[in-house]
Design a protein. Structure first.
Ligand SMILES: Cc1ncc(C[n+]2csc(CCOP(=O)(O)OP(=O)(O)O)c2C)c(N)n1
Length: 426
């Protein structure tokens, strides 16, 4: 009923909604001084067996190790050997070289789709390196670094991107939605956030079996607004499941900024508080901080001290994918002004500062990595690229799902063959 003059609530303020709006739009001058970037090395490191409540201050702070002086500081320094640091650097640089080539391949029409992770390499490579090989990875689509960190062959990745006859997934997944059982990398789903409850389920099953494998899931901050996030965390919290939930806060979800997923209210790590589990907010462009935080959470999960929610604070350096043009919705200056720098540049500078690396070695490594990717690409192209017809035969799309093919699908398979005039295999 319409309100009448003189009704009791006539003087009350009109209700209104807040619609988040990003600070900077195309052409705007970017100033990130509103972000609080805590001092490097100043964050306490509770023991991984501590009560979850001890981590709560770390949910709004930010764990940082690599300082402006390029040296490692504070209790979160994982004290890795120079060999290990060089391995992390090489793998992050390989991811970047791979991204550059595959992006170009899409522009050349060799694949329909590609998606880079520029600037976020540490969040996948260094986090995976902190896990055991047996631990199950539940990735989203921007975690190619997890595969690289587990030495999955680049050739297989290119075959999948080309959906060619050597593609192990037989062209049934969108390019980049990998599945790699051999390296304990769960199939990527295009339906965002479904990997989170799956990770909780895996972790619970692992515990029920008395196994020692834990689960580590990755999700974008945008996707963390999905209901699956809650289902996954409540299950993990209630049963103290050995799982790690990595929220990669790269500030953008295609053209929606993080405010639409709740970033204006609190940090993503702070959601851990509501579940009563451990939470860590980490400088995602600091390779050492990422490694240390993930290792802490892995040790915690493996020793039955419960799940951890980690927020990696980072920045999506480029467009969402080859189908996106970020210039129409955000300021190009954002990437240059990003106060946490670039993960590869920072680790390289650290290795140089401790006398374990040089500009010359870095350039030689980049050249070798580019050659390695180029060689894998050349090899993959022998198996076909988009439009060359060297894909798995169409009728095979009806296989591998049912033990016995239902009559209607068999009919569709035959129809596909008739239309393409190809032989139905006996
Ligand atoms: C359930 C679901 N909703 C929407 C989409 C469409 N979609 C694909 S990517 C994307 C943005 C996700 O952003 P974020 O989770 O922040 O990850 P990022 O791309 O930044 O790594 C959206 C909305 C989808 N694939 N699945």
């Amino acid at each position: 009923m319409p309100k009448q003059e003189g009704q009791a609530d006539a003087n009350r303020p009109r209700l209104s909604l807040h619609v988040p709006e990003p600070r900077f739009r195309p052409g705007d001058t970017v100033d990130f001084s509103y972000l609080t970037i805590p001092e490097t090395g100043a964050q306490p490191r509770p023991d991984y067996t501590s009560a979850a409540s001890e981590t709560w201050p770390l949910c709004t702070d930010m764990i940082r190790v690599l300082g402006d002086d390029d040296l490692a500081h504070g209790p979160w320094d994982p004290r890795l050997s120079p060999d290990k640091l060089r391995e992390l650097l090489r793998q992050m640089a390989l991811v970047r070289a791979f991204d550059a080539r595959m992006y170009r391949a899409q522009r050349q029409g060799k694949t329909s789709f590609y998606l880079k992770c520029t600037g976020e390499e540490a969040t996948s490579v260094c986090a995976t390196q902190a896990l055991d090989f047996e631990d199950m990875i539940f990735p989203s689509y921007r975690q190619q670094g997890c595969l690289i960190a587990r030495d999955y062959p680049v050739l297989e990745m290119v075959n999948q991107i080309y959906s060619n006859r050597a593609d192990k997934l037989k062209g049934r997944q969108l390019p980049i939605l990998y599945s790699a059982k051999s390296v304990n990398f769960f199939t990527i789903s295009g339906n965002l956030a479904t990997q989170l409850p799956q990770a909780s389920g895996f972790a619970m099953a692992s515990a029920i079996r008395g196994d020692s494998k834990i689960a580590a899931a990755w999700v974008g901050e945008g996707s963390s607004a999905e209901g699956d996030f809650h289902s996954a965390l409540i299950f993990a919290a209630v049963y103290n499941a050995p799982a790690i939930f990595n929220v990669v806060n790269n500030q953008w979800a295609i053209s929606s900024f993080s405010g639409f997923a709740g970033a204006e209210r609190t940090s993503f790590a702070a959601r851990a508080i509501g579940y009563g589990i451990a939470g860590l907010r980490v400088d995602g462009n600091d390779a050492l901080a990422v490694y240390a935080a993930e290792r802490w959470a892995a040790d915690r999960a493996r020793s039955n001290h419960g799940p951890t929610l980690i927020e990696f604070f980072t920045y999506r350096g480029e467009g969402h994918s080859t189908s996106d043009d970020p210039a129409v919705y955000r300021s190009a200056q954002e990437r240059e002004e990003w106060p946490l720098g670039d993960p590869i540049t920072r680790l390289k500078a650290h290795l140089i500062a401790i006398g374990e690396w040089s500009e010359e070695q870095h350039e030689a490594m980049d050249r070798a990595l580019d050659e390695e990717v180029k060689e894998a690409q050349r090899e993959a192209e022998k198996n076909g690229i988009l439009g060359h017809g060297l894909h798995h035969p169409f009728h095979t799309m009806f296989e591998d799902v049912f033990e016995e093919l239902p009559w209607n699908l068999e009919e569709q398979g035959r129809q596909a063959i008739r239309e393409r005039q190809i032989k139905w295999p006996e």
